[in-house]
Design a protein. Structure first.
Lengths: 367, 202, 296
């Protein structure tokens, strides 16, 4: 007697209990706290906030803990929560020129107004495993100067003053900013939607795409005009109040790439821009994003779009890791109904093949 | 002048009333010519029928530009009520409207003036909601098309009298076209762009 | 912490309005894929988020919901989705096709004929039937606009040239209301004829690809074919081993590693209903004896 598979409900419940236990691990080991994740795995929290599109360190830390450190799973948790939040409106554009910078480097000028500020960075660390970090590590106190009041104008603004770089495209007054989480994406997409897509895009995917442009698949001669990381104020203009209300400060990383110049008979040559912006300290992400943003501007700048990174439909349709992981992983769901249909067809084709070839085989054997 | 506090109320239970109203409209659209009832009661301002009011509360919001015919637009109760309960922006240009509300069918503008969609995006078209006298008595019409098992009979008293003649443009335009929702008090009938109507006289 | 609180049927009202508007346009333009701003759902993309959003937008407290995956109410993903709605919408659920008012499905259409008071909601992974011929949305959209489906016929004909048959066994393309070529979702082609002139409303949700489409009741749905190579539904030629049905779609069960196979109905509700009505297959004749034997 054959009994069809049942008891899926109990199996699911027990799988959840197994997961909860695996997540907790050996219970004689102290449980990790959200503060610890937020403070000591800060870059993971930054990435989850960026690609999860939600600036909330505590929720991102919770998501990382719940996801057992699987960052794409954590991003998914944050996105699913974000999707249920009511929307009050759009903030005023943040002014990254007024950022309280903790780190700021330019590759295009030796010195810049406000100075180069190395800040907290892996750059120039020697990548040697450090056993002293294994436990009880107390870092040395860093040298701290008085916070400088010197302004730190953006390098691209300095270049822009002389017309050496194209002006940053400005939206028309009152034009609504696109939001691909609220409206279905159509192609061709404008730059606001492209940038939103890239900001939410998978860091690894953007890294590979950006890298491919450097290797010649849509090369765009990038120079890091500037990378800056620090705090900016967010303001919200409430219609009924009549003025902008400060909501608080958030940490951002901004990368402004200075790229291949353009020009024509009617237009003086000037450098072009690629832009990257992310929550928290996310330099690899913002640099990759700026490379891909510039590559995706091929159409707008009259360049031939031949490389993968220049193909907006390809890039925007595959950049989202929550979509990608869902569809790749859905292959483990049962597909036996369609497989059965395919199997039936294949058996029929094989039978016909065998019948068609059988006389030949017998003939050969006889010869 | 009416203050917001004096405006007729919206749904008592927003979530379940919207769901129930939607199902009536969905069934109407899926079965053209069938008369569906809208059960949940909301207040209805001025010249707006209660069925229309329920549909507005169910489908309109900031993302749906709305065109009002003169009789609707002239009623400050209607415009205030719509703004307060739905937030839908009222537009003057009917060709960008997601929905149009018609209270005076006799003055229905040429249908070409509404959004007809494009060949690539035929869904970007206006749904025209027309208030009519009756969806249970009046002239009889024979309807055919998707959603109809053979032929559906509709008895209705409708203005403009030549509405179905005008809707014949949908035949040539398809997949572009206009979808119409007829409302009489709490009764709803939908005539999507695929429905072909033959008048059978009185 | 901002402790989450969720709405009836999970989705917020603004999202439901947006999906409801898309559903109405989908019904008005049979077979046309309406773009919609699909939301992130609390289950992964590719696991039914489109179907779940459509169901959440139409479901009310008076509904009775059935969820199947591969024809079965008991597959893990079907259970998971059914529990989601039982929890977030408090609706009654059933496994009986007849009793359901809303049926969400992945990969099958029930064997029991649907009736006019039902809505069948399909989960769709790739809604674009032309996608595997032309990966670009801008191109496929143009092809639909012009009803330019020659490429699809060329592909089917190349199959015939190479294999002697149309080599598509599931997600077999159909033409709806003599206009749009449509992907029926990865149902076996056995199910295609059930879509034609069906009394129930059929809605299709593709969450990751952000598309909703529909077949209104009593609408013509034709599987693409050629005069000299007509469409043929496929079914393994055997009765169900449990209920003896000779006209239902069958799952192949591998019983050992020596070539042992058995075939049973994929639609578990249909199969159980037939067994309850006294129909038997070759393997269901004497279950109690065997059980007694195993104790002895």
């Amino acid at each position: 007697m054959y009994v069809a598979v049942k008891g899926g409900e109990r199996a699911i419940e027990n799988a959840h209990r197994l997961l909860a236990n695996a997540r907790r691990g050996d219970q004689s080991v102290t449980e990790v706290t959200l503060d610890q994740i937020s403070e000591q795995l800060g870059l993971a929290v930054d990435r989850v906030m960026s690609e999860g599109s939600l600036y909330d360190r505590e929720l991102a830390a919770l998501a990382i803990k719940q996801a057992r450190g699987d960052l794409i799973e954590a991003i998914f948790l944050v996105r699913a929560f974000r999707a249920t939040l009511p929307r009050f409106g759009t903030s005023e554009p943040v002014d990254t020129g007024a950022m309280r910078v903790q780190r700021r480097v330019s590759a295009t000028f030796k010195d810049i107004p406000g100075g180069q500020i190395l800040g907290p960075t892996f750059d120039y660390t020697h990548r040697l495993l450090d056993p002293s970090l294994a436990e009880g590590f107390v870092p040395e106190v860093p040298a701290a100067a008085e916070a400088s009041t010197a302004p730190t104008p953006r390098v691209t603004d300095i270049l822009g003053r002389d017309g050496l770089i194209e002006s940053s495209p400005e939206a028309e007054d009152g034009a609504a900013v696109g939001d691909l989480t609220r409206e279905p994406l159509n192609f061709p997409a404008d730059r606001d939607l492209r940038l939103q897509n890239l900001a939410r895009g998978d860091e690894g995917f953007l890294l590979a795409m950006g890298y491919s442009t450097q290797r010649g698949y849509g090369r765009n001669h990038p120079f890091v005009g500037e990378i800056r990381f620090g705090e900016v104020e967010v303001e919200f203009a409430a219609e009924d109040v009549g003025f902008a209300v400060p909501l608080g400060a958030i940490e951002l990383t901004e990368c402004q790439m200075v790229n291949q110049f353009k020009g024509s008979a009617t237009e003086a040559p000037c450098f072009t821009r690629g832009y990257g912006l992310a929550f928290g300290q996310s330099e690899r992400k913002t640099m990759s994003m700026a490379l891909v943003d510039r590559a995706l501007r091929a159409r707008e700048l009259g360049e031939e779009a031949l490389a993968p990174a220049q193909d907006e439909e390809f890039v925007m349709s595959h950049s989202d890791n929550v979509q990608a992981t869902g569809f790749v992983e859905h292959l483990k769901l049962p597909h036996y109904v369609d497989f059965q249909s395919e199997l039936g067809l294949l058996r029929k084709l094989r039978q016909e093949f065998a019948e068609a070839n059988a006389p030949d085989a017998m003939k050969e054997a006889a010869e | 002048m009416t203050t917001i506090a004096e405006l007729p109320p919206g749904f008592a239970d927003k979530v379940l009333s919207a769901q129930s109203t939607f199902r009536s409209v969905m069934d109407a659209m899926a079965r053209p010519g069938s008369v569906q009832r809208i059960v949940p009661m909301a207040g209805a301002p001025g010249v707006m029928m209660r069925g229309t009011a329920a549909i507005a509360l169910t489908l309109f919001d900031h993302d749906t530009p709305l065109w009002l015919d003169a009789r609707m637009a002239e009623s400050s109760d209607v415009t205030k009520w719509l703004k307060f309960h739905t937030g839908a922006p009222v537009v003057q240009d009917s060709s960008v409207a997601s929905f149009a509300l018609i209270s005076d069918g006799g003055a229905l503008p040429a249908l070409e003036r509404f959004a007809l969609g494009t060949s690539e995006y035929p869904d970007r078209s206006t749904t025209v909601i027309i208030q009519v006298d009756s969806l249970s008595s009046g002239r009889s019409f024979e309807l055919r098309g998707p959603g109809i098992d053979g032929v559906a009979a509709l008895h209705a008293s409708i203005k403009p009298f030549d509405l179905f003649e005008r809707l014949r443009m949908n035949e040539a335009l398809f997949p572009r076209g206009i979808d119409v929702v007829l409302v009489a008090d709490d009764a709803v009938v939908a005539i999507p762009r695929t429905t072909r109507v033959v008048s059978k006289g009185s | 912490m901002n402790a989450p609180a969720y709405n009836f049927a999970y989705l917020d009202e603004q999202t439901k309005r947006m999906i409801r508007r898309a559903i109405l346009k989908a019904i008005a333009i049979p077979g046309y894929q309406v773009p919609f701003a699909s939301r992130e759902m609390p289950m992964p993309y590719g696991w039914g988020t489109g179907g779940v959003q459509v169901t959440a937008a139409i479901l009310g407290p008076q509904d009775v919901l059935k969820v199947i995956d591969q024809g079965s109410d008991d597959t893990t993903n079907a259970i998971s989705i059914r529990k989601f709605f039982a929890k977030t919408a408090g609706v009654a659920t059933t496994t009986a096709t007849d009793e359901a008012t809303v049926i969400q499905t992945r990969h099958r259409i029930p064997e029991t004929a649907l009736h006019a008071n039902q809505v069948l909601v399909y989960q769709v992974p790739i809604p674009e039937p032309l996608r595997f011929l032309e990966p670009r949305e801008t191109e496929t959209r143009r092809m639909h606009a012009l009803a330019e489906y020659g490429l699809m016929h060329v592909k089917l004909y190349e199959d015939i040239a190479r294999f002697g048959h149309i080599a598509t066994a599931y997600a077999y393309p159909v033409k709806v209301n003599a206009r749009y070529v449509m992907d029926p979702s990865p149902t076996p082609k056995f199910d295609n004829p059930k879509m034609d002139n069906c009394p129930a409303l059929q809605l299709f949700g593709a969450g990751r690809e952000k598309r909703i489409y529909a077949i209104p009741p009593y609408t013509q749905v034709v599987s693409l074919d050629f005069e000299d190579h007509p469409f043929e539904p496929y079914r393994f030629n055997a009765p169900c081993a449990l209920c003896g049905a000779e006209n239902s779609y069958l799952d192949e069960i591998v019983t050992d590693d020596k070539g042992g196979r058995m075939f049973v109905c994929s639609d578990t509700d249909y199969c159980e209903g037939r067994q309850a009505a006294g129909h038997h297959g070759s393997l269901s004749a004497a279950p109690y004896k065997e059980k007694a034997g195993s104790h002895g």
